[in-house]
Design a protein around this ligand. Structure first.
Ligand SMILES: [Zn+2]
Length: 95
């Protein structure tokens, strides 16, 4: 064999995926509030499962925040109540 041998990196040198940004810097997190909606029957915000979503292109603004789509998510609450969650979401590049 000619030329320098390729040195294999040790597994421990490889940062865990998602833990560190592109340049080895720690990712900076912006802290935002997410407001889960309480079940009308048991007040829980926990859902057993989601059963798909419907997305409608409908743009507007709520409290100064733009949204581009209205999303309906069908889900089942932990108490068994079937719920349709409606949310206004912003997809800058569309769907
Ligand atoms: Zn419930």
């Amino acid at each position: 064999m000619t030329g320098p041998r390729r040195v294999n990196r040790k597994k421990t040198d490889i940062p865990k995926k998602g833990a560190v940004g592109k340049h080895g810097k720690q990712r900076e997190y912006a802290i935002v509030d997410r407001h889960p909606v309480n079940c009308p029957r048991c007040q829980s915000t926990e859902r057993l499962r989601y059963e798909g979503r419907q997305i409608f292109a409908y743009a507007g603004e709520i409290a100064g925040k733009p949204f581009s789509h209205v999303v309906w998510r069908k889900c089942i609450c932990v108490c068994g109540q079937a719920i349709k969650e409606k949310s206004h979401e912003y997809f800058p590049d569309g769907i």
